[in-house]
Design a binder for this molecule. Structure first.
Ligand code: SF4
Ligand code: SF4
Length: 323
């Protein structure tokens, strides 16, 4: 490790980041090809743009990838009881985009002092760069068979951020996978989204269904109702032996009744500062209607919603009939 990367890493750690590595500004073709053969929902940038920091920062020479741990948001058992829904702790308030984004800006200021005259561009899950591939190339972690970056000693419950710079920083080396013969994540997926290692079919992922407005089949709704999915899933991470959970997050399970009765102002108040807010109130209400199917205590709330126009009313009707 060079003295410079060692210095940058300890500066990042002093702010709370748990890993830092350096990648070339433009990722090699082997990384680019991974994106070209993959469907990535909700991403508007082209693979070439996502793998080329010169598109986001003129004269970029390197990209530093960092990880911020959030395992303290997770408890060991992660299944909500009757009447509650699964709302992934990663998306809970405060929204990591602003939380980690502010830390990245602070870090860039520190790096500017370390490397006078350098320019920096930061992003966390809302910019053009592909965090996962840069983190993999930089050696921040290895890519598990569940596709998540697994940071040694910290697991995959980390948010990834990028700092592109025109300063010269030597790239690190990718880490070898430590998955071995393990396939716990592949076997744990309730919807069979993995046919083999790293072969995620996003159209089969519960977390994707919960954030997409496309029409859901009865079979999809049955699975969402079984898992009480409101936002996210996380099972393929939680079964991983490298995953660390250290919190007491059971309290974050929202009441399905509360979501079924959400007003627009209530939504802004309760969910405006979560990473789920961008999908809007109606999507959470639709998912709550699905999760409420078969729960007698919620039937009258579903009946009240049946007359509503749009997907909330439609799914309330379907939930009452049973999927
Ligand atoms: S998040 Fe859940 S549904 Fe999606 S791939 Fe992982 S285990 Fe399967
Ligand atoms: S569960 Fe096993 S196979 Fe999956 S990412 Fe973790 S170590 Fe790798």
């Amino acid at each position: 490790m060079t003295a410079l990367i060692s210095q940058l890493r300890s500066q990042a750690e002093s702010l709370g980041f748990c890993a830092l590595g350096a990648a070339p500004a433009r990722l090699e073709d082997v990384f680019l090809k991974r994106l070209e053969h993959k469907k990535t929902p909700f991403v508007r940038h082209s693979p070439r743009h996502r793998c080329g920091a010169n598109h986001w920062l003129t004269g970029a020479r390197a990209v530093l990838a960092v990880a911020w741990p959030y395992h303290h948001r997770y408890a060991g058992a992660m299944s909500p009881p009757a009447g509650k829904g699964y709302f992934s702790p990663f998306a809970a308030a405060p929204d990591y985009h602003s939380q980690v984004g502010q830390k990245l800006k602070q870090l860039a200021e520190i790096f500017k002092r370390t490397l006078p005259g350098s320019r920096w561009f930061v992003q966390v899950d809302n910019g053009p760069g592909c965090e996962r591939l840069y983190a993999l190339r930089a050696g921040v972690g290895w890519q598990g068979k569940n596709n998540f970056i697994i940071v040694p000693g910290h697991g995959s419950l980390v948010w990834l951020g990028l700092l592109a710079t025109d300063a010269e920083v030597d790239p690190g080396q990718p880490l070898d996978s430590q998955c071995g013969h393990c396939r716990l994540c592949l076997d744990a997926c309730p919807s069979g989204a993995f046919s083999s290692a790293n072969s995620l079919e996003v159209d089969k992922c519960l977390a994707f269904w919960a954030s997409d407005r496309s029409s859901l089949s009865d079979a999809q709704c049955r699975l969402m109702a079984e898992h009480k999915t409101i936002y996210g899933c996380d099972l393929c991470q939680l079964v991983c032996p490298h995953t660390i959970t250290s919190g007491e997050t059971a309290i974050i399970w929202p009441d399905l009744a509360d979501i079924l009765g959400l007003t627009e102002s209530g939504f802004r108040q309760q969910y405006g500062n979560t990473a789920a807010a961008w999908r809007g109130r109606n999507l959470l209400m639709r998912n709550a209607a699905i999760a409420a199917a078969g729960q007698a205590s919620l039937a009258s709330l579903l009946e009240d919603l049946c007359s509503r126009k749009g997907m909330v009313g439609r799914y309330a009707q379907r939930a009452l009939k049973g999927f």
